[in-house]
Design a binder for this molecule. Structure first.
Ligand SMILES: [Zn+2]
Length: 295
């Protein structure tokens, strides 16, 4: 079973990644109980992050995408690892907006256009690498394309789509990412542009049963290519009590003691999944102690 595939043209000029992210966007909708436009916006960002994760060199590497354009949704955040597993959350899960001029969910309206897309890559160095690019559309796919062009100087085509059913269920979601490697010829670019123009919207393709391989074939029509790899990408949260304890310790002993005095039990909710972690006053005091002793 796989829902993500990567291919490279035999001349080595073009890489193409495609994903059926329906289960990922559906899981996100269930966890966060998002309104339709937020399901679409966060679903698109998760789809992009998963594909970008699939291009990391090590499974332990991570890429975080954060977009905030001053719109009602606040920030949308997605984190993927090198296996292409992904998790995310919106600041505000429920935003209601009328459909846009094209009769589509108004993702750009919810995200806003006054702000940045941040891409933070953690590849095991002392400091993660961060790149920022101004939001050009707020529809997310164009913003990813613009990020690659300006921050990484990689000519990229990105398409992302989430189809939300009238009952708010995610019906289909998917995406593709095409990158031109250095030395790609003008004729290659022209052919890929023609291929993409001839394709229906990615969410329509996936809804109609297209596999990631079908999407790659359509994107790379006219080229010889090899499949690099296939994999199953899922919505996965890696939170644990241990990680939550570390996050609490990072608040500092004073803050922990205030929390311990404030209430008998402190509940910490994971941003990415429905898990809740409970700490008694005694446990918080012990964490405060361990923070002091580690200084
Ligand atoms: Zn979690």
């Amino acid at each position: 079973m796989h829902n993500l595939a990567r291919a490279i043209t035999t001349d080595g000029g073009v890489i193409c990644v495609a994903i059926n992210s329906t289960s990922i966007a559906a899981r996100s909708e269930t966890i966060h109980a998002t309104s339709a436009v937020v399901s679409a916006g966060l679903g698109r960002l998760l789809t992009a992050a998963s594909m970008m994760g699939s291009m990391m060199k090590e499974e332990s590497h991570t890429v975080t995408l954060r977009i905030n354009g001053g719109g009602d949704v606040g920030s949308l955040i997605a984190v993927a690892d090198g296996r292409a597993n992904v998790r995310g959350y919106p600041t505000n899960p429920v935003v209601e907006l009328p459909l846009n001029a094209h009769g589509k969910l108004d993702v750009a309206g919810a995200v806003g256009k006054d702000g940045f897309l941040a891409v933070i890559k953690d590849v095991g160095l002392d400091e993660p690498m961060s790149g920022y690019s101004p939001i050009v559309s707020g529809e997310i796919a164009e913003d990813i394309t613009y990020y690659y062009a300006t921050s990484e100087q990689i000519p990229t085509v990105c398409s992302l789509g989430v189809l939300v059913a009238p009952d708010l269920r995610v019906q289909a979601a998917g995406g593709f990412l095409i990158q031109l490697l250095p030395g790609a010829e003008e004729s290659t670019i022209t052919r890929i542009e023609q291929n993409i123009e001839a394709m229906p919207a990615i969410s329509t393709l996936i809804d109609g049963g297209a596999t990631p391989m079908d999407v790659i074939k359509a994107c790379l029509d006219g080229f010889d290519f090899d499949i690099l790899d296939t994999r199953q990408a899922d919505y996965v949260c890696n939170c644990s009590r241990d990680r939550v304890e570390k996050a609490l310790i990072s608040l500092g002993a004073e803050e922990l003691l205030v929390m311990a005095d404030d209430q008998e039990t402190t509940e910490v909710s994971c941003h990415f999944c429905p898990k809740k972690y409970r700490f008694s006053s005694e446990e918080l005091k012990l964490l405060a102690k361990s923070q002091k002793s580690s200084l």
